[in-house]
Design a protein. Structure first.
Length: 382
């Protein structure tokens, strides 16, 4: 993808991202960095000075830099970062850098400070009152990032765009939402996204307003709108949830679900013969969470939602189970992307030899060492 900003913001509050710690937030809270809305200008002054919609530190009087640690809402491979200094004109940092780390469990900020971080973005110059965008070259999955600003100042927003990489181990516990962004699903195509991006359909949680869903322009010609989603892995969908919450006067009249059979992808959304029907065209109601039990069907890798004739939807959930091939590919993709230290920790926690962390890449490799089979390909492979 040429523009990394089209990828999900892995650090976004809407996906569960959180600021864990910062060394200084005297003028404005670091938590503002992850707010989903665009920064706004404030003209008023508070007790500590001018009010800013962002994170702002004091004027540094000693050598060094200021920093903030962010836990990603969805771990993944970082493809680019935006350091937005909107409305910071005489008080923005001259430069910034970004580090990342992939770890097991839920370490505290103090524990993270003792670990080895990987430099994702070298110290790079910033412009004031600007959305400073930088591409990132990395192949490792990270769970946390650390932004450092040099030497001090204010940043309105931090966006960490990348490719989600799901940990397959929790998915072995039961049915899984195969369309969830946090599980590695992604929107691959859409006929119309005039009002809002279709990626919101597969975002975590319930929508809290119409603005948190996908909405098309009003269709004035024959036909209908659609969006295609690549599933987290090849699998069988058994329950579909089509949620029109908050869409009162502009929900679709009806909807249909079709899937791309495993082995036939990629499929052309315009080629009806390339897709199998999962849910026939079915009437929808406004402001309603519709749930449909689907008959046992084909293993699919991608699902297309057709909305008739147009309108908006808050969320799309596709519950089911991964196929053996889908689980294997998900497990290998995840393990391939782990930083070396985390890969060794994963193996040690599973009672395996940490030195097997060097057995990579495994995504397209042949048979695995027997010790790795259950971890990477899933319990059913043992």
């Amino acid at each position: 993808m040429s523009d990394f900003r089209a990828l999900p913001d892995l650090a976004g509050r809407a996906l569960g991202g959180a600021v864990m710690a910062s060394n200084d937030a005297f003028f404005a809270e670091a938590e503002n960095l992850l707010l989903p809305h665009e920064p706004v200008r404030h003209d008023e002054f508070g007790h500590k000075g001018k009010v800013y919609d962002g994170w702002e530190t004091r004027r540094r009087r000693s050598p060094g830099q200021d920093w903030v640690v962010v836990r990603l809402g969805v771990p993944g491979i970082v493809r680019g970062v935006v350091v937005d200094t909107s409305f910071f004109t005489g008080n923005y940092p001259t430069a910034a850098a970004l580090d990342g780390i992939g770890v097991e469990g839920h370490p505290t900020a103090a524990e993270l400070s003792t670990m080895d971080w990987e430099r994702l973005l070298p110290v790079s110059g910033l412009d004031g009152d600007a959305r400073n965008a930088f591409g990132v070259e990395s192949s490792r999955r990270v769970t946390h990032v650390r932004l450092t600003i040099h030497p001090d100042g204010g940043v309105a927003r931090l966006r960490v765009h990348g490719t989600p990489v799901a940990d397959p181990r929790p998915l072995d516990a039961g049915p899984v939402d195969l369309a969830a962004l946090e599980n590695g699903a992604a929107v691959t195509g859409c006929s119309n996204e005039f009002y809002s991006t279709p990626a919101r359909l597969i975002s975590p949680g319930l929508a809290r307003s119409m603005g948190e869903g996908w909405e098309t322009a009003r269709r004035r010609q024959p036909g209908h709108e659609w969006v295609a989603v690549r599933l987290a892995g090849a699998g069988v969908v058994t329950l579909a949830e089509l949620d029109t919450s908050y869409f009162l006067g502009n929900a679709p009249e009806s909807a249909r679900l079709t899937g791309c059979p495993a082995g036939a992808d990629p499929a052309d959304p315009a080629d009806e013969a390339a897709w199998v029907e999962l849910l026939p065209r079915t009437r929808l109601l406004p402001d309603t969470r519709h749930r449909f039990v689907l008959p046992a069907g084909s293993e699919v890798t991608e699902v297309r939602l057709d909305a008739y004739p147009d309108g908006g939807m808050a969320r799309l959930r596709l519950w089911g189970r991964l196929s053996a091939a889908g689980r294997s590919r998900l497990g290998r993709t995840w393990f391939d992307a782990l930083p070396d230290a985390q890969a060794a920790a994963v193996l040690a926690a599973a009672g395996l030899r940490p030195e097997l962390a060097g057995t990579r890449p495994t995504l397209d490799a042949g048979p695995l060492p027997a010790e790795l089979t259950g971890l990477l390909d899933g319990p059913s492979a043992v």
